[in-house]
Design a protein around this ligand. Structure first.
Ligand code: ADP
Ligand code: ADP
Length: 233
């Protein structure tokens, strides 16, 4: 069963008398374990598509099935639960809480789910180790490099074992060396079977994914399989 299934998704923004058609009939499916990048020029609808995929916004019409469940008509509260339990987010600007330590930042999604303290700490430690920050548990974000901060954000995105990890220009603020480290980490996660969607305008970043979806004027211009999709049961 696909993890993500979009069927003829439209998204319109009304600005006074003008209607902007940010998405115009976007359809694609993503199988478990796929690594997809979404690219295209500024204004083509990438952010809008990511907001729909990330349950931050609803399609105007069309269907979105996430893990087999139709989430296109859910209310804000239900979408917020889906975001907290089924999705992991990585942003260009890391979005860490400066007052919290590495391990505390990673724990945030578990805190909102009411995990017991001990279990949550243990899980967050494991995630920190997984992204190579096991020795930085009690540091605060300002004591870390940009690449390390982004790895904390990735650990936080992983901690609730989401169906999909959504990354929006994850290397946008990083120098090329740290950017490469972050992309290497995505490769590792992909090899471990994680399902990843990466939005970028940078072709060299997009090319790291096995599949590239190119957007243009709110539509899918091309959907290129660069490497064989992983075998799925
Ligand atoms: P991209 O991320 O590829 O730059 P966006 O999804 O941000 O593209 O934008 C797609 C189109 O929708 C653009 O024409 C943009 O101006 C418009 N748009 C995006 N968000 C809004 C909004 N909240 N209100 C009105 N128009 C919007
Ligand atoms: P672009 O598509 O040009 O790369 P961004 O992805 O940075 O632009 O996002 C476009 C706008 O949408 C920005 O103003 C940003 O603040 C806002 N935005 C991006 N992601 C989110 C999000 N997850 N939640 C709320 N707003 C967002």
């Amino acid at each position: 069963e696909p993890i993500v299934q979009l069927e003829k998704v439209h998204k319109h923004y009304r600005m006074g008398a003008v209607v902007v058609e940010a998405l115009r009939g976007v359809s694609f499916t993503l199988q478990p374990g796929e690594y997809l990048s979404i690219m295209g020029p500024s204004g083509c609808g990438k952010s809008t598509l990511l907001n729909v995929l990330g349950c931050l916004d609803r399609p105007t019409s069309g269907r979105y099935l996430l893990g087999g469940r139709d989430v296109s008509q859910l209310d804000d509260d239900a979408l917020s639960v889906i975001r907290g339990t089924r999705l992991g987010f990585v942003f260009q600007s890391y979005n860490l809480i400066p007052q919290l330590t590495v391990v505390e930042n990673i724990e945030i999604p578990l805190f909102y789910q009411g995990w017991p303290e001990e279990l949550s700490r243990q899980q967050a430690r494991q995630m920190a180790e997984r992204v190579g920050l096991g020795h930085r548990l009690n540091h605060r974000p300002f004591e870390l490099s940009g690449g390390q901060q982004q790895r904390v954000a990735i650990a936080r995105a992983l901690v609730n074992d989401p169906l999909v990890i959504l990354a929006d220009e994850p290397t946008g603020n990083l120098d090329s060396v740290s950017g490469r480290e972050v992309l290497d980490l995505f490769d590792q996660l992909h090899a471990q079977g994680k399902t990843l969607i990466l939005v970028t305008h940078d072709p060299t970043v997009a090319e790291r994914a096995g599949r590239i979806l190119r957007m243009r004027d709110g539509q899918v211009e091309s959907d290129e399989q660069r490497r064989p999709a992983p075998h799925t049961p």
